[in-house]
Design a protein around this ligand. Structure first.
Ligand code: 8YV
Length: 324
């Protein structure tokens, strides 16, 4: 057929994935790899047949509107798409696809990393050694808490939450509770003995570790707020690998300072790369820079998932992971 579709990849991907995209499409890369501003995104929507944004791109209504009939598809590199104005996409007829499934294991692994680091005080220990402050083994030094026998409360019970539950239950001997709109069945869920708790504050009150796995956006904004911390156990840990907006960080800092909860492990923040005020000063918080899906294998697989979706779109078929 005629000219190959023009595709913009807004940030650099692992080379293997970029190369596969270049085999199929007329690809433009953002050589500098810095996030594109609104003017650049508007320009891209007018120029390209497809734009592949990431979580670091704000794809607001003005950007979507610029598409006209030109860039009719956004092949999002990531499963979460709260950085894209979905209502505007519907209004202007812009399709959106995402990358579910391929990042489930990596993100679940990172959730366990944060759980273990927070429970076993890994960050504090590492800082002690690096600062030259370790004077030797001690029977009461940096004592944390065991995971076995403790209760993990999952807020949301989608793919990633269930992969966390598998690891926590089968690998670490934890009891699993989940808060979700409806009860989830299936053999894997039954094997976990996971209990559906339809009331959020009841789940918070029963959990030793609370881990967030709901999408970002207006519906979940500040779902975990001061009242939620009041409902939690004082020995509890809070883990967030979902989206920063789900958590009221001022309330989190207040709860940590007041000893309302024992600690936290965070991978995501409301205005990345800013870290909300008051967190870096606290010893009992583990802070990671949005590493949930950050493995070579996963990022390549995410790129190939974008490719599959664009391929289907340009072949006039329904993209497999179409969300709009
Ligand atoms: C990505 C993520 O690193 O997929 C998501 O929703 O948060 C991460 O896997 C990032 O969003 C890529 O755009």
């Amino acid at each position: 057929s005629g000219a190959r579709p023009r595709v913009l990849i807004t940030r650099r991907w692992p080379e293997a994935a970029e190369r596969r995209m270049m085999d199929r499409f007329d690809v433009t890369l953002n050589e500098g790899d810095h996030p594109l501003d609104e003017a650049a995104l508007i320009d891209a929507m007018r120029t390209f047949d497809a734009v592949c944004p990431t979580v670091s791109d704000r794809v607001g209504a003005a950007v979507i509107e610029a598409a006209g009939r030109r860039a009719a598809i956004l092949g999002n590199f990531g499963v979460g798409y709260d950085h894209i104005d979905i209502a505007a996409c519907r209004e202007f007829g812009v399709a959106v696809t995402n990358t579910p499934g391929v990042l489930t294991d990596a993100t679940a692994d990172l959730t366990l990393t944060l759980m273990l680091m927070a429970a076993r005080r890994g960050g504090e220990g590492e800082r002690l050694v690096r600062a030259g402050g370790w004077t030797g083994w001690g029977p009461t030094q940096l004592l944390g808490r065991s995971l076995a026998g403790r209760t993990l409360g999952l807020v949301g019970f989608g793919r990633i939450a269930r992969a966390v539950a598998q690891r926590a239950h089968h690998g670490f001997g934890m009891r699993i509770l989940y808060f979700a709109r409806r009860e989830v069945d299936g053999d894997d869920v039954a094997a976990l003995g996971a209990e559906w708790v339809p009331d959020l504050h009841t789940l918070l009150g029963r959990s030793d570790i609370v881990s967030l796995h709901v999408p970002g956006g207006v519906e979940t904004r500040h779902l975990i707020n001061a009242a939620a911390f009041e409902a939690m156990k004082s020995e509890a840990l809070l883990i967030n690998t979902a989206r920063g907006d789900v958590l009221d960080h001022a309330a989190l800092v207040g709860a940590l300072k007041a000893g309302r909860i024992a600690g936290a492990g965070l991978d995501v923040y409301p205005h990345e790369p800013d870290v909300p005020a008051g967190l870096v000063e606290l010893e009992n918080v583990v802070l990671l820079p949005h590493l949930g899906s950050a493995t070579v294998d996963t990022r390549v697989a995410m790129g190939l998932k974008v490719l599959d979706n664009l391929d289907a779109w340009f072949a006039g078929k329904g993209p497999p992971d179409r969300v709009v």
